[in-house]
Design a protein around this ligand. Structure first.
Ligand code: MLC
Length: 509
């Protein structure tokens, strides 16, 4: 069971059909598979083999896809990185994962070069331009690779395919080890649940470095033999245009995208003609009741919300029959996934009561890379503790509703941010004594990161803007506080514990 092998087989079935149309350039399944073969040969010739970690930090472009499937074909592990990660963040991911190869572009290499010099055993490949000191050129490597390489797929079901970092409560990101079995099981479950076929055309405007855009949308589409219409970046105006002109049948997005699509819809006098459309799917962050209803009354489409996470892929989904989709519910467990709702004592709560959602199935990851302690904490007798709070509605066949998180987590535009990571960076500033970051409601991003900061004595002249700049240099921008308030002390209870629930008031008045 190797994902890349499975996809190479489906590519043969649909050889002449467009697999991906990237910003207007079309690749048939045959052409796509040939590129994957060429990249596989190149990686093999470069000495990349089973179990090696290969980090990719690139904007959305075709090379990311060719590399990803080539990495899986040689039995290695893809480590996808957000292109907006800063040098310090990248250094952590490369060293924590022990990556042997880092694929990036000239621009990012230039900013991360110094951080990279401190890492031993990492080679760099640049997708653009010629090679230079400390980095080879990917196009040159490809040009030197002989054709006709036999792919052998040495990795099997229980081998790790993707190492996907998720932010951690302690501020240290954890690498979730996602196996070929996890990916294949999820892909098959989604194909069945969403009745995904070769007739579908999916508008893909998501990033490729996360479960949503890569594992769900890309793997699913290639496996079903459907066509991916890829946009490098999400833009609501262009998205409506493509949904109509490319006769798309599927769209997958985070709630921020749906909010922007809605705003754009309202601005237009002539509304988009969606007669080819089959289903709009939302995930990665909670979809509000309001948006669900607003979207339906405007477009006639009831958004299908589903529930997933990096560690488990997709867990639950509303049903393909629109009548069986409900606002604020994530639907029912997917085939092969079992969900329990558990109380503090570790036993199931009565149906309808809120507890922590526990998950089991072939979709559940193998553990956190190099963190056996964290892995052990996350599992109880084979059940993964999601950290999400929810309940099963006994009057609706156990339909799952999520109501919050057991641990603090900010979800902004579909990206997860644990406050600790932001606080660690704020507190690395020499003038900061302590800090607390929280999420505030935001119309566009759902939530936005804000922070309150206490300065050290004698540092009272520091402006919040300087602290925001300090964060921007060290953190991807979605993690940076949008607002910072300097306060005399953090709100605490009698025990001295910071009361984060009192922080929003500082900003909202
Ligand atoms: C961008 N910015 C964000 C942000 N995205 N800030 C907070 N939260 C975010 N999510 C910053 C930009 O860097 C910029 O900062 C400013 O906001 C304005 O940017 P923009 O151009 O308006 O934003 P845009 O680039 O259009 O991005 C919005 C978006 C993007 C919704 C398209 O956030 C996105 O692609 N989100 C999808 C995330 C995702 O795929 N999650 C899946 C995780 S997998 P500045 O400072 O430069 O002005 C998972 C499992 C599952 O969770 O179930 O799916």
């Amino acid at each position: 069971m190797n994902l890349a092998k499975l996809l190479a087989e489906t590519a043969r079935k649909h050889a002449g059909k467009p697999a991906v149309v990237f910003e207007g350039t079309s690749y048939t399944f045959r052409a796509f598979d040939r590129e994957v073969e060429r990249y596989t040969a190149m990686l093999h010739a470069s000495g990349v083999g089973k179990g090696d970690r290969v980090a990719i930090q690139l904007p959305k472009r075709m090379e990311v896809l060719f590399l990803h499937f080539a990495i899986l074909s040689v039995g290695a592990v893809t480590l996808p990185l957000n292109p907006s990660f800063r040098a310090e963040e990248v250094e952590y991911f490369l060293s924590d994962s022990g990556s042997s190869l880092f694929v990036t572009d000239e621009h990012r290499f230039a900013s991360a070069e110094r951080a990279l010099q401190g890492l031993r055993g990492v080679r760099t490949l640049l997708v653009d331009g010629a090679g230079r000191e400390g980095a080879d050129s990917l196009p040159e490597r490809l040009a030197r690779t002989p054709e006709g390489f036999p792919r052998t797929y040495p990795a099997g079901g229980d081998d790790v395919a993707i190492l996907c970092y998720t932010s951690g409560t302690t501020g240290r990101s954890k690498g979730a080890m996602i196996t070929h079995r996890n990916l294949v099981a999820n892909m098959l479950a989604l194909e069945a649940a969403w009745e995904w076929t070769a007739n579908d055309v999916l508008l893909h405007a998501l990033p490729l470095f996360h479960v949503h855009g890569l594992n769900v949308a890309t793997h699913g589409s290639l496996y079903a033999g459907s066509t991916l219409v890829m946009h490098e970046k999400f833009d609501a105006g262009r998205a409506w245009g493509a949904l109509v002109e490319d006769r798309c049948t599927l769209f997958m997005g985070v709630p921020t995208m749906y909010q922007r699509l809605m705003n754009e819809w309202e601005k237009r006098e002539r509304k988009p003609d969606l007669h080819a459309m089959r289903v709009f799917i939302s995930g990665s962050a909670p979809l509000s009741d309001n948006l669900f209803h607003q979207f339906e009354s405007a477009t006639g489409f009831r958004i299908l919300e589903r529930y997933g996470m990096t560690e488990t892929g997709m867990n639950a989904s509303n049903l393909i029959d629109p009548a069986r989709r409900k606002a604020k519910s994530v639907g029912y467990p997917l085939a092969g996934v079992t969900v329990r709702v558990v109380g503090d004592d570790g036993s199931d709560v009565p149906p309808g009561d809120v507890g922590e959602v526990w998950i089991r199935g072939d979709n559940v990851f193998r553990g956190y890379w190099g963190m056996p302690g964290k892995t052990q904490e996350s599992f109880v007798e084979g059940w993964f503790r999601s950290g999400d709070l929810g309940y099963l509605d006994p009057k609706d066949r156990g339909r799952l509703y999520l109501v919050g998180r057991a641990k603090e987590l900010i979800i902004t535009g579909g990206y997860n941010v644990y406050p600790k990571e932001v606080e660690n960076i704020l507190e690395s500033h020499e003038a900061v004594k302590e800090s607390a970051a929280v999420g505030l409601p935001d119309e566009d991003f759902g939530e936005k990161v804000v922070a309150v900061v206490v300065l050290k004595e004698g540092k009272g002249s520091l402006l919040p803007e300087a602290l925001i700049e300090h964060c921007k240099k060290r953190l991807a921008s979605y993690k940076c506080p949008r607002q910072i308030a300097i306060v005399a002390e953090l709100p605490r209870n009698a025990m001295g514990k910071i009361q984060k629930n009192r922080i929003p008031r500082i900003f909202l008045g």
